[in-house]
Design a protein around this ligand. Structure first.
Ligand code: NAI
Length: 255
C-alpha cells in the first residue's frame, strides 16, 4: 500500500490566491500549495504567464485558475478576489507576493515617478490585497495570509530607497492586520527572503551577482522553492501559533 505524505494533504479543501504567480517566487509558491492539495488561483499582471502556469497545474490534476490582476489598482484586486470565490467557492489562504525592484539610485537622485510606482506595487499593493482578501477569508471562517517582504524589510540597501521603504512598510502592515484579525482565526505573517535567483534579478551583471552572493554566508543565492517551503509552513496548521511575525529565509544574510 502507499502512504500519502502529510504535505500532500495539508491544504486539501483549501483555496489559495497567490499574486505575482506567473514568475519566480510566486510561481514556486503556487506549485507548493498545489502539491499540498490546495485549489490555487494564480493572479498576475502577466496574464498569459499566469494562464500558462495554471494550465500546467491543471494538467497535473490541480484545481488551478488564472486571473489578470494589477495590484496597484484596488478595483482589480477586488475583482481577483471575487473571481477566486466564484471559481472555487471560498478564499482561505492568500500570498501577497507581487512586487517590482525599481531603479538603483541614491536617495538624492531617486526618480520620483519610480518611487511612486514601487510604493504603489510593493506597499499599497499589499494593503489593497489584504483589504479585499480579509473579508473573504472571514466569510470562509478563517485562514492565513503571507505577505512577501524581504531582508530589505529590516535592513537598508544603497540605491533602493523605495523598495526598502515599501518592504519595511509591509512588515508594519502585517503586524497590524495580524493583531486585528487574530481573534477571528486569521494568521498573518511576513516572509523575508535573501536574494533569490529569479527574473527579478535579471538586470544584475556578473559583478553585481557575485557581490550579492558574497553577502550570504551560505555562499549562494536562494531558490524560489526555498521561499515557497517557508511560506507553505506559515500557511499550514503546523504554524498554528505563529502570528504577526517576520520570518527570514536568507542563507544567513541578516545573521
Ligand atoms: P519576479 O519578477 O520573478 O515575479 C514578480 C511577479 O509579480 C511577476 O510575474 C510580475 O508580472 C508580477 N507583478 C509585478 N507587478 C505587478 C502588479 N502591479 N500586479 C500584479 N502582478 C505584478 O520576482 P520575484 O523575485 O519572484 O519576486 C516576488 C516577490 O518576492 C516580490 O515581492 C519581491 O520583492 C520579493 N523578493 C524577491 C527577492 C529576490 O531576490 N528575487 C528577495 C526578497 C524579496
Amino acid at each position: 500500500s502507499t502512504t500519502t505524505p502529510e504535505y500532500a494533504v495539508e491544504f486539501a479543501g483549501k483555496v489559495a490566491l497567490v499574486t505575482g504567480a506567473a514568475s519566480g517566487i510566486g510561481l514556486a509558491i503556487a506549485h507548493r500549495l498545489a502539491a499540498g492539495g490546495a485549489a490555487v488561483v494564480l493572479a498576475d499582471f502577466n496574464e498569459a504567464g499566469a494562464r500558462e502556469a495554471a494550465d500546467a497545474l491543471s494538467a497535473d490534476g490541480t484545481r488551478a485558475a488564472a486571473v489578470a490582476v494589477d495590484v496597484t489598482d484596488p478595483d482589480s484586486v477586488e475583482a481577483a478576489v471575487r473571481f477566486t470565490v466564484e471559481t472555487f467557492g471560498a478564499l482561505h489562504l492568500a500570498v501577497n507576493n507581487a512586487g517590482i525592484a525599481g531603479p538603483s539610485d541614491p536617495t538624492g537622485a531617486y526618480d520620483v515617478a519610480a518611487w511612486d510606482r514601487v510604493i504603489a506595487t510593493d506597499l499599497s499593493g499589499v494593503f489593497y490585497s489584504m483589504r479585499h482578501e480579509l473579508p473573504a477569508i472571514l466569510a470562509a471562517g478563517g485562514g492565513a495570509v503571507v505577505n512577501m517582504s524581504s531582508i530589505l524589510g529590516t535592513n537598508g540597501f544603497a540605491g533602493q530607497a523605495a523598495y526598502v521603504a515599501a518592504k519595511h512598510g509591509v512588515i508594519g502592515l502585517t503586524k497590524t492586520a495580524a493583531v486585528e484579525y487574530a481573534e477571528h482565526g486569521v494568521r498573518i505573517n511576513a516572509v523575508g527572503p535573501g536574494f533569490i535567483e529569479t527574473p527579478l534579478l535579471r538586470d544584475s551583471d556578473e559583478e553585481q551577482h557575485s557581490l550579492l552572493v558574497s553577502l550570504h554566508p551560505q555562499g549562494r543565492l536562494g531558490t524560489a522553492e526555498e521561499v515557497a517551503e517557508l511560506t507553505a509552513f506559515l500557511l499550514s496548521d503546523r504554524a498554528s501559533f505563529v502570528q504577526g511575525s517576520y520570518h527570514l529565509v536568507d542563507g544567513g544574510y541578516s545573521a
